[in-house]
Design a protein around this ligand. Structure first.
Ligand code: ATP
Length: 268
């Protein structure tokens, strides 16, 4: 097995008195796509913020545990140094600079990365290959792009920093199925050129298709983890995250309903 590139060990995180993560251990091996699933408030974004060292912007803090990338502890680095180390986050909600042009948004993504002008030009070429619409709309304000195009821009901006590990927070959120599928394809293309991906998703169907390994977070703890194909066929994941109805349970429920006395209006 390849050396684990990102190692999160027994991580606990709080926001003031709120405990958002407890004893979470996650590995992203070099070159892999790893998915983190879970419902609202499970702690998925918190995990990414802890890795990118942006928790402080949300008044969050790591209470115990460790995070390292290629054996190097990330715990004491600033958010800017994390980017320079090759770990770049695409936050939830397509946060683009709405009043700036598409080209300027992409330029901003290259700030703080280790490479010089030549490497920025190469990165821009690659972003335009992946997302031709960003070349076509280069001089348009980012706020005028569609939701899907803004997601492309947010990913393109992250790629301008030439990440070795991309942290993706719910890239399919709020997108029509075709656009979500297009974004998923692009994640695969990005990964194929050697960038590891830690993907946080509520859309378990997409995430389990893309990832080799997945973790399920439940109220801040890892409830399940394993190879993505095994999780995709587990009854619990199918029922809770893939919306597959457990036929036996549904039949039991409908029998119980039939046997229950009919509700009467009160007063009779
Ligand atoms: P969603 O899918 O809804 O975005 P999530 O799995 O990403 O959810 P987080 O946003 O990481 O979950 O939240 C984990 C827990 O931490 C929740 O209980 C949430 O209310 C709490 N939390 C998140 N951000 C803050 C904050 N800035 N201040 C206080 N509590 C927070």
């Amino acid at each position: 097995m390849a050396a684990a590139s990102l190692e999160v060990r027994a991580l606990s995180v709080g926001y003031g008195p709120v405990r958002a993560l407890r004893d979470v251990t996650v590995d992203v091996p070099e070159g892999a796509i790893v998915a983190v699933l879970g419902g609202n408030g499970a702690g998925k974004s918190t995990l990414l913020r802890a890795v990118s060292r942006t928790l402080g912007f949300q008044r969050g803090h790591v209470t115990s545990g460790s995070i390292s990338f290629d054996g190097r502890p990330l715990d004491r680095l600033s958010a800017a140094r994390i980017v320079a180390a090759g770990v770049v986050q695409v936050p939830e909600g397509r946060q683009v600079f709405a009043r700036m042009t598409v080209a300027d948004n992409l330029r901003a993504g290259a700030l703080g990365s280790a490479g010089g002008r030549r490497s920025s030009a190469e990165a821009l070429g690659r972003v335009h290959e992946l997302f031709p619409v960003l070349a076509d709309r280069a001089h348009q304000r980012a706020g005028l792009l569609s939701g899907g195009e803004q997601q492309m821009l947010a990913m393109g901006r992250a790629l301008m920093a030439r990440p070795r590990l991309l942290l993706l927070d719910e890239p399919s959120l709020g997108l029509a199925p075709l656009m979500a599928a297009r974004i998923a394809e692009t994640v695969q293309e990005i990964n194929a050129t050697g960038t590891s991906v830690l993907l946080v998703e509520q859309n378990a169907a997409i995430a389990l298709r893309l990832a080799s390994t997945a973790y399920v977070l439940d109220v801040g703890e890892v409830a399940l983890s394993g190879p993505a194909d095994e999780l995709a066929s587990s009854d619990e994941v199918r029922r809770r995250y893939l919306g597959v109805v457990d036929e036996d349970a549904a039949a039991d429920a409908s029998r119980a309903q039939a046997a229950a006395p009919t509700l009467r209006k009160w007063p009779a």
